[in-house]
Design a protein around this ligand. Structure first.
Ligand code: SF4
Length: 187
């Protein structure tokens, strides 16, 4: 008979390359499609469509690959763990650009209106919210397909990546508010 420990998910000190690839691939695809959708949806003026699409894409990349490693990762267990690789790979980048923080500050990633967690969520949801009115005033099949693809990527992240690939196997899941919200701490 399996003990409770045996039935629990394995915690990774180093995530498999496939997990890192899926996580970052879906993130960058989400930002790229989101930026493209905004650019196409608002292309009725040369000053709105492409500048807004590019602005969204750049800000999302900065939020994910600059703000997170500067503010969240230094307080994460993966920052200090030798030879570790978290699911985003950002612990490696963080070590190069930020000083080590304090593990007990890790939950602060979810505190306050403009906390890193909310900015991260905003970077995923903003293109969806922007494309819906654009579809009404500037409908095209391509824009509709991009919207569906971005919604699909969001659902894939929430129902597959977080609970099955990322948070389930994360060594930070006992401190991380997102893991608490995903209900993976006792799995
Ligand atoms: S539990 Fe999930 S959100 Fe939290 S640090 Fe780990 S992978 Fe990231």
């Amino acid at each position: 008979m399996e003990s409770e420990k045996d039935t629990k998910a394995k915690l990774y000190s180093r995530y498999p390359s496939s997990s890192v690839l899926i996580y970052n691939g879906s993130t960058i695809l989400h930002f790229l499609l989101g930026g493209t959708g905004i650019a196409l949806g608002y292309n009725f003026s040369p000053w709105s469509g492409y500048p807004l699409g590019v602005l969204y894409f750049v800000l999302s990349l900065v939020e994910m690959y600059v703000v997170m490693p500067l503010t969240v990762c230094p307080n994460c267990v993966y920052y200090g763990a030798k030879d570790s690789l978290c699911v985003s790979g950002l612990n490696i980048l963080s070590k190069k650009i930020a000083k080590e923080g304090d593990l007990k500050d890790f939950p602060r990633r979810a505190e306050g209106l403009f906390c890193p967690n909310n900015l991260y969520l905003a970077s995923l949801i903003v293109p969806i919210l922007a494309m819906i009115p654009a579809l009404i005033v500037n409908f095209s099949v391509v824009l509709l397909l991009i919207l569906l693809a971005v919604v699909g990527l969001l659902l894939f992240r929430f129902f597959i990546i977080f609970p099955r690939i990322a948070c389930l196997h994360c060594r930070a899941k006992y401190e991380c508010p997102q893991a608490g919200a995903m209900g993976v701490r006792n799995r």
